[in-house]
Design a protein around this ligand. Structure first.
Ligand code: NAI
Length: 506
């Protein structure tokens, strides 16, 4: 098949430029590499030749195809050699003025039909293209690292970008096996914007000392199925990369509270405790392997107390069934006996407030997170309140660990851990739909492919139930009095319908 762009120029052949060049060659394009630094294009060519050679050794690429690939790849040390290109993509240093200058130089060299594109991850596409004579021919083409494995690319329309150009870039991505998603030119585009909730809300949970880093990671992995906990993820990305992104998106949105970064990462970055590559981040690394603190053991309990469940508990029937399965002695009286362990299962509210409102004895009251169906999770999360007696905490811990499922006991906060983080993710995603940054379908695609979440944020909202997400957000807003939890109007409107209905919207 004839590639949409038969000849492609790549300017800047570092980590990104060279692997985008790989995709272009594999799609059948002639590719010309250019870099300011002497020797850089040769290094990139050698690296690509090595990559293809390895594929040949593994039997994944025919030797003749390797030859064809190499024949399609050339380099130049003069920008004017790119004059005949149908597409020129820049992947140079992330500096607005340098990119603007380069693109203006390129525009003066190439033909009027040539598409110019930027791989910027954080600058405005409109701003980069502002000085161009033909801004309609210029778009964002944002790939993810490592490009051959991260098979999604954001096609970003600047204010003046022609829809034809976006369509060409979308079709071209398909030719090398990537999924293109369309994004409006807004801070963080889709993936880096949708990814805000996970880290920032987990940092807030940690900053309130609800649980330690390892516990928060365990909870989000085991309850929701995230591959990496937020702190493991930040250690991998490294704070010198992720903290500036958090700050940049927050500032670009004029201090929108939903994206507010945390002093925890600012301080750790300043102290050089940036993650795995530094040997120290949220975890200590021993020869590249994280040293994970052991889980607290299940306490021995000789005489388990009877259990009484608040009539207002979330998933009350399921909670009763669970208690039965665990062999608990359940009190069904209107009020708990003097010996009973009192269980509440709030959505968004804290255990302390609930105990006060329901006039329950706080010293015997424990919260359990029932937002998710217990059978779908690998961990149960309990929360004490400041007055909870240690014997009641231990009794609850032992009871819910009875069948061997992992249990974490955290401190009281509105929304436990998973409720807070997931509701925040769903809310931010809903607000992106509200702003029309992309279609709900592209949002789900971009997040699952670009962030590796177990499901898209809107599907997450549907799994929990949109009205439950709203209840969590309303209640957290009450607990914290903080506008960061105000629900997006999009979520409020769709709450009663279910979010997946919108996946059909184009
Ligand atoms: P890099 O530092 O590995 O490579 C940049 C290359 O551009 C270097 O070889 C440098 O010599 C060359 N260069 C710098 N200024 C130049 C100029 N004026 N003209 C020609 N060549 C020039 O950087 P990396 O990581 O490949 O990033 C490149 C772009 O891709 C940046 O805009 C970055 O924000 C974006 N990006 C990076 C991702 C990543 O994970 N590294 C992910 C997505 C986008």
């Amino acid at each position: 098949m004839q590639p949409i762009f038969p000849t492609v120029g790549i300017v800047g052949t570092g980590a990104m430029g060279r692997s985008i060049a790989q995709m272009a060659v594999q799609a059948g394009s002639q590719v010309i590499l250019f870099d300011l630094q002497p020797g850089a294009t040769e290094a990139a060519r050698r690296a690509l030749a090595d990559t293809w050679q390895k594929l040949v050794s593994k039997g994944k690429l025919e030797a003749t195809v390797l030859e064809t690939h190499l024949a399609r790849l050339s380099s130049t040390d003069t920008l004017s050699a790119l004059s005949g290109c149908h597409l020129v993509l820049e992947a140079i240093v992330e500096k607005l003025d340098v990119k603007q200058r380069l693109l203006a130089d390129l525009e003066a060299i190439v033909g009027p039909q040539t598409v110019l594109a930027t791989n910027t991850s954080s600058l405005s596409v409109t701003a980069i293209g502002a000085a161009l004579q033909r801004p309609a021919q210029f778009a964002g083409y944002h790939f993810f690292n490592p490009v051959p494995l991260m098979r999604v690319v954001e096609v970003i329309a600047g204010l003046k970008t022609s829809p034809v150009v976006c369509q060409q870039l979308t079709d071209y991505a398909r030719q090398f096996g990537h999924t293109a998603v369309s994004a409006q030119d807004t801070p963080g585009f889709i993936v880096n914007h949708a990814g805000r909730g996970y880290g920032t809300e987990a940092l807030r949970v940690a900053s309130e000392r609800v649980a330690d880093f390892a516990t928060i990671d365990r909870i989000l992995r085991d309850q929701m199925g995230f591959r990496l906990g937020p702190f493991e993820l930040m250690d991998l990305t490294a704070l010198d990369v992720s903290h500036p992104v958090m700050e940049s998106i927050y500032r670009q949105y004029y201090d929108e509270p939903r994206y507010r970064p945390s002093v925890i990462t600012a301080q750790r970055l300043a102290g050089g405790v940036v993650g795995k590559k530094a040997g120290e981040g949220f975890y200590i690394y021993d020869n590249g392997v994280a040293v994970v603190p052991a889980e607290p053991p299940v306490p021995p309990v000789a005489n388990p107390p009877p259990v009484w469940v608040s009539p207002k508990a979330a998933r009350r029937a399921e909670l009763y069934q669970l208690l039965k399965d665990l062999g608990a002695s359940i009190e069904t009286t209107q009020a708990p006996s003097a010996a009973a362990l009192i269980l509440v299962a709030p959505l968004g509210l804290d255990v302390t407030t609930l105990a006060a409102v329901e006039r329950l004895d706080p010293t015997r009251t424990i919260g359990i997170d029932m937002m998710l169906d217990d059978t779908t999770t690998r961990r149960r999360v309990l929360a004490t309140n400041p007055a909870t007696r240690p014997d009641m905490r231990d009794a609850a811990h032992a009871l819910f660990a009875q069948d061997g499922k992992a249990v974490s006991v955290v401190k009281d906060s509105g929304g436990f851990v998973t409720q807070r983080v997931v509701a925040t993710i769903v809310n931010i995603a809903s607000d992106m739909c509200q702003q029309g940054i992309c279609t709900p379908k592209d949002l789900e695609l971009a997040v699952t492919l670009g962030l590796g979440y177990p499901m898209g944020p809107l599907a997450m909202g549907d799994r929990i139930g949109p009205t439950n997400v709203l209840e969590i957000l309303f209640n957290m807003g009450t607990v914290y009095g903080d506008p960061r939890y105000r629900p997006s109007p999009w979520l409020r409107r769709r709450g009663a319908l279910g979010l997946s209905l919108m996946h059909e919207e184009a």
